[in-house]
Design a binder for this molecule. Structure first.
Ligand code: HEC
Ligand code: HEC
Ligand code: HEC
Ligand code: HEC
Length: 153
């Protein structure tokens, strides 16, 4: 009997370590996982309220068009029509709400344009793209192109 116990005791010690480990994990988990985790899915339900409480930064194109209809008219038939205002102008919810600053700064034409139009083999061939140094040299893009209706002729 005694020798048989000797044969198994190391396994029992190991099993006890496993059980202790699992218990520590379960206790720790109940301590650290927030109570509202998993109410809806694999996230904290309160995260929805946290996100909702953050200020809205983008106004959306519909808001811009209410006051800047001249620009949306200009864009209607241009190929930039589907690039929305705030992709170039940045988030302007405070401006659109009529708060300060009333007059937002104009985007830097060149840095903006090359971000989308620099020639690259990874872009679809149908997308208009240019070798910037060849095409524009030191000139600003908006010296020749209207940013809202960029086609020249
Ligand atoms: C409630 C009306 C209103 C809304 C909505 C609005 N704007 Fe304006 N915006 C103005 C006014 C007024 C000015 C100041 C015009 C001036 O002083 O020449 C202005 C100025 C600007 C300017 C600077 C013009 C310049 O001459 O440098 C930009 C750029 C601009 N708005 C973009 C936008 C964008 C983009 C949106 C949508 C996110 C937007 N605006 C929404 C009324 C509005
Ligand atoms: C492709 C980028 C791009 C998009 C999209 C765009 N803009 Fe602009 N916008 C510019 C740039 C660049 C300037 C600065 C031009 C300059 O400095 O002369 C500008 C200037 C302006 C100005 C002031 C000068 C002017 O022409 O009256 C207003 C107002 C304006 N944008 C509003 C809008 C609104 C509203 C929309 C959406 C309906 C829009 N923009 C979409 C790039 C863009
Ligand atoms: C957010 C990306 C983006 C930015 C920034 C941008 N463009 Fe574009 N541009 C486009 C898209 C999208 C098209 C249309 C592509 C299509 O129709 O397949 C386009 C089309 C054009 C065309 C072709 C017009 C035509 O009718 O053939 C020119 C020229 C152009 N852009 C110049 C500019 C200039 C100048 C600026 C900077 C003021 C600029 N773009 C900024 C996305 C951008
Ligand atoms: C000296 C004037 C000039 C300047 C500066 C200039 N362009 Fe152009 N760009 C043209 C002309 C002319 C065309 C011919 C097509 C047209 O009529 O719009 C053109 C065409 C384009 C096209 C269409 C290419 C195609 O394959 O359809 C894009 C995109 C473009 N330019 C972007 C830019 C960008 C971005 C800048 C600034 C880095 C810039 N351009 C600066 C004159 C200019």
């Amino acid at each position: 009997m005694g020798s048989r116990w000797h044969n198994y005791s190391h396994l029992i010690r190991m099993a006890a370590l496993f059980v202790a480990g699992i218990l520590i994990f379960l206790v720790g988990r109940s301590f650290f996982v927030p109570a509202d985790f998993g109410v809806y899915w694999h996230y904290r339900a309160g995260a929805l309220d946290d996100a909702r409480a953050r200020p809205i930064r983008f106004a959306g194109q519909a808001a811009c068009v209410e006051c800047h209809s001249d620009i949306s008219d200009l864009r209607k038939t241009a190929r930039h029509a589907k690039v929305s205002c705030e992709s170039c102008h940045g988030a302007l919810a405070t401006h659109a709400a009529g708060d300060e600053p009333l007059k937002p700064t104009r985007p830097n034409g060149k840095a903006l344009c090359v971000g989308c139009h620099t020639k690259s083999p990874s872009k679809p061939v149908a997308f208009p793209q240019i070798d910037v140094a060849d095409h524009a040299g030191d000139n600003a893009c908006i010296e020749c192109h209207n940013p809202h209706a960029p086609k020249i002729s």
